[in-house]
Design a protein around this ligand. Structure first.
Ligand SMILES: NC(=O)c1ccc[n+]([C@@H]2O[C@H](COP(=O)([O-])OP(=O)(O)OC[C@H]3O[C@@H](n4cnc5c(N)ncnc54)[C@H](OP(=O)(O)O)[C@@H]3O)[C@@H](O)[C@H]2O)c1
Length: 222
């Protein structure tokens, strides 16, 4: 399937963390302009330097505060712990202005990570839409992709299911899935993110049960 090209700068809010750094690395490696966001701009700059050093001179990656990063980008990926999800969204809301948010947050509960538990809104991504407002475009993706796979840099034996508020939102997110070197599928309305977020707990359970580290999923029969 041909996906539209990624245009402009991509911000990774929480990009100093494991999953965010993995996505930032993959997108910078693909030649995209990437801005890492952090609660501390200096921490973001360090993370950007680390990725820049790994990729060499051609990479275009910088670090900013979360709000500045969101302001400088056309698409904003969110990779923060669920406990910080709402607070982080409130902090970047002034810079969102209808820009696409791609939420990778999984609403895990400490001590019960192998059991799916969805917030009242239905999912973390639906909560994000509630925080950002009626006109916000939100997609949800990457929940089942381990940061170790992303940072290791090779092929990933797991598909990415992308849900979102509109077809355009899902297509834009799928373009970023492809840019990260992953295989993605349009998995429908944002309400379906309850399933894709919940799959993470299921995979954690499978890993515990079978002594594996990287259980994944593949869509077949297409
Ligand atoms: N790890 C994975 O393999 C993986 C896979 C798929 C999805 N996810 C999802 O991605 C999200 C991030 O996971 P992660 O493993 O990357 O987490 P992490 O390493 O703990 O990093 C998250 C980043 O969030 C920021 N943050 C903001 N508020 C925070 C707070 N109150 N406490 C701690 N950190 C805070 C921190 O950046 P600053 O301190 O610089 O602001 C931190 O570097 C989670 O929702 C997770 O479910 C993770």
């Amino acid at each position: 399937v041909n996906q539209p090209a990624v245009v402009g700068t991509v911000a990774v809010i929480g990009g100093t963390g494991k999953e965010g750094k993995g996505l930032a690395f993959r997108w910078a490696r693909a030649g995209l302009q990437v801005v890492i966001g952090s609660r501390e701009a200096a921490r973001a700059a360090l993370a950007a330097q680390e990725i820049q050093a790994r990729l060499g001179g051609s990479a275009t990656i910088r670090g900013r505060s979360n709000l500045e990063a969101a302001g400088e980008a056309g698409v904003i990926a969110l990779t923060v712990p669920y406990a910080a999800h709402r607070e982080t969204l409130e902090s970047i809301k002034p810079a969102m202005n209808g820009k696409l948010l791609i939420d990778a947050t999984v609403p895990l509960i400490r001590g019960k990570v192998a059991q799916a538990h969805m917030p009242e809104a239905g999912s973390a991504a639906q909560e994000a839409k509630d925080v950002l407002g009626e006109s916000a475009e939100v997609a949800a993706a990457f929940h089942s992709i381990s940061h170790e796979w992303l940072l290791e840099g090779g092929a990933v034996d797991c598909d990415v299911l992308v849900t979102g508020t509109s077809r355009q939102a899902r297509e834009a997110a799928l373009a970023l899935v492809n840019a990260a070197g992953l295989r993605g599928w349009d998995a429908g309305a944002l309400a379906n993110s309850a399933v894709t977020e919940g799959l993470t707990s299921l995979l954690i359970h499978i890993n515990k049960t079978y002594g594996s580290k990287h259980a994944g999923i593949r869509i077949t029969g297409i």
